[in-house]
Design a protein. Structure first.
Length: 316
């Protein structure tokens, strides 16, 4: 087995490409480092800050985050506000134009205040990221899909990282949030055929029972019954972004980010007891997963509204 890890590199473009070999490109760009028994996937939110969701998607894919701060610009400030809410171990990387005292002030009062800080030294960063690994996560297998495509003679192929449990060839899984059952025809890990893949490993999965055109980012391969599904989502109390300057309340039209799913949603209720939303289509998640609320209409400041734990989904 290879030791796999996925790292989000956010805050500055052109750093991720110095750490790995360019791979899949969309609104995200993936870079890979593979040698011996180590496989590192580096994710860059290429279309941020023009589009906000790629930033949350990169963070949702990651086991670790490199928060690169070349300067304290508006986009970097929004990145800091978002990373502060994200549940990803983070190391701050300081460019030569940024003083440690400036960063201390920017991080004061949030979880990043205790985050490690290192200089922007590419050889050191390469060595550091190659030493990291994904934390173990026991339970039913879960593979969120981030890209998909057809392969002649093979059929539908989904790409993703095993986030929980072990993925085995020939097992039958559900393609959440749809009701469709699929079979894992074969598994590749960085172009090597495998009968099984474990947490942290990035896989290419050939699927039987679905066409490539039916696969979209955010769908999840997992055993039937292992996830909550529905358009009505109950969350716990909202932890607001302390820099959010909007006025979203019940009736607001927001976006809900759950794992790699980002969907429009109406805010039905918001109080100290919890939050309820109605998404424009069913979503899937595990109880306790972090959900993020996005306000794309906010006139100034971060577009991240807040974070809460996802408790239950329903159709009514």
């Amino acid at each position: 087995m290879t030791r796999g890890v996925t790292i989000a590199v956010v805050g500055a473009p052109d750093i991720a490409k110095e750490l790995g070999k360019k791979g899949t490109t969309s609104d995200l760009t993936l870079f890979n480092v593979v040698h011996d028994d180590t496989a590192v996937t580096i994710v860059e939110p290429t279309q941020f800050p023009e589009k906000f969701p790629p930033l949350l998607t990169a963070l949702a894919m990651a086991d670790q985050c490199l928060l690169v701060i070349p300067e304290l610009s508006r986009s970097v400030a929004e990145t800091i506000a978002t990373v502060e809410l994200a549940d990803v171990p983070t190391t701050a990387v300081l460019g030569p134009a940024v003083g440690d005292a400036e960063v201390v002030r920017a991080f004061k009062g949030g979880r990043l205040a205790s985050a490690p800080r290192v200089p922007l030294d590419l050889p050191m960063l390469r060595e550091m990221v190659e030493s990291w690994s994904a934390a173990p996560s026991e339970g039913p297998v879960r593979v969120p899909i981030d890209h998909a495509f057809p392969v002649k003679g093979v059929g539908a192929v989904a790409l993703g990282v095993v986030r929980r449990g072990s993925l085995k060839a020939h097992e039958r899984l559900r393609l959440f949030p749809t009701p469709k059952a699929v079979e894992v025809r074969s598994i590749q890990v960085h172009d090597v055929d495998r009968s099984e893949a474990t947490v942290g490993e990035r896989v290419g999965v050939a699927l039987k029972g679905v066409e490539a055109g039916e696969l979209t980012r955010g769908q999840i391969l997992a055993p039937d019954g292992s996830l909550e599904v529905g358009p009505k989502v109950d969350l716990g109390p909202l932890e607001r972004c302390r820099y959010y300057r909007g006025d979203a309340g019940p009736g607001a039209q927001l976006h809900l980010s759950l794992g790699l799913q980002v969907v429009p949603a109406d805010l039905d209720s918001l109080d100290a007891a919890g939050t309820r939303l109605t998404a424009d289509r069913p979503v899937a998640f595990g109880t306790g997963d972090h959900a993020y609320l996005i306000d794309l209409s906010v006139p100034t400041g971060p577009r991240i509204f807040g974070r809460a734990s996802a408790n239950r989904a329903s159709t009514t």
